[in-house]
Design a protein around this ligand. Structure first.
Ligand SMILES: [Zn+2]
Length: 291
């Protein structure tokens, strides 16, 4: 099967613009923000925008398009006001995603700014329960999954150890509505050294606890500007960072990952030859993929 690769694209001019651009660039996967990622509220998605988005996604055969939640959301926050705002905002994000028939909304698990991991994990699980209680309270069933993304582990951010994700699944009553998004840059920066087989093996082994591996439904495919274990989140173009081409090849060809939609979150713009970086990165990935 072909590599289902795409990237995070801008929705300037409407959500449909991203789905159309994905087609123009030959993408098979897509991630968007359904609203400004640095704001709590977004204006409603118009019916016309929705219709054009669905038509373009279908025409371009985009596999399980997803969105990424606002960076302001922090379900691990010890501040009740911020926690509640995060819950309300995720409810809105999931509703918007459902309106566009997206498969999931990627969310960083959260950062307990008081440094208390245990309490932070509890607050995340309670937040997830509150989100899905709110969504089901209006009688609508929603297929959209909330996708917990593993992180690089900057500051107090949870989710850099796969065990954090396992705990959230265990503690949440709405775990059926959860999925996982694995980011290659974050994995490497968090200490799962993808340049060697043992690093990828450890990632897979830890994901196999409680069978979470089967809940991984999307991949963020990024190289890392920072070395393994740095706990610093800086994305790099494929093959130009610390993952190395070997490491990227091993990652994208792993049986657990190779058939999943893979999203580039690397810098936009063009290389010295005037070729879009998204196209350059997609070509690198396709070249490494054993089809
Ligand atoms: Zn990511």
């Amino acid at each position: 099967m072909p590599l289902l690769i795409g990237s995070h694209l801008s929705v300037a001019g409407g959500c449909h613009r991203a789905a159309e651009e994905a087609g123009q660039l030959g993408m098979k996967a897509l991630q968007i923000f359904t609203k400004n990622n640095n704001q709590w509220a977004g204006k409603p998605i118009s019916e016309a925008d929705r219709a054009s988005f669905l038509a373009a996604a279908s025409k371009n055969k985009l596999t399980q398009p997803i969105s990424h939640a606002s960076y302001l959301i922090n379900l691990a926050s010890p501040k009740p006001e911020l926690w509640q705002k995060s819950v309300d905002s995720m409810v809105d994000e999931i509703r918007r995603a459902a309106y566009l028939n997206l498969a999931g909304v990627v969310m960083h698990p959260g950062s307990p700014t008081d440094g208390d991991r245990e309490a932070g994990l509890d607050r995340i699980a309670k937040g997830i329960d509150a989100i899905f209680q709110s969504i089901s309270s209006d009688g609508q069933s929603v297929e959209v999954k909330l996708l917990l993304e593993n992180t690089a582990g900057q500051g107090n951010a949870l989710g850099w150890q796969i065990a954090d994700l396992t705990e959230i699944f265990r503690r949440s009553e709405a775990s059926d509505s959860l999925g996982i998004c694995i980011d290659s840059c974050h994995s490497h920066a968090a200490g799962y050294d993808l340049t060697c087989e043992s690093g990828l093996d450890r990632l897979i082994d830890e994901l196999s606890v409680d069978s979470l591996l089967g809940r991984v439904v999307a991949i963020h495919l990024n190289d890392s500007k920072k070395p393994a274990g740095s706990r610093v989140d800086r994305h790099e173009h494929l093959g130009l960072g610390h993952l190395t081409l070997d490491g990227i090849a091993r990652f994208i060809n792993h049986p657990a990952f190779r058939s999943l939609p893979m999203i580039l979150e690397t810098e936009k713009g063009e290389n010295d030859d005037g070729v879009s970086w998204d196209v350059v990165n997609m070509d690198v990935a396709k070249g490494l993929y054993n089809s």
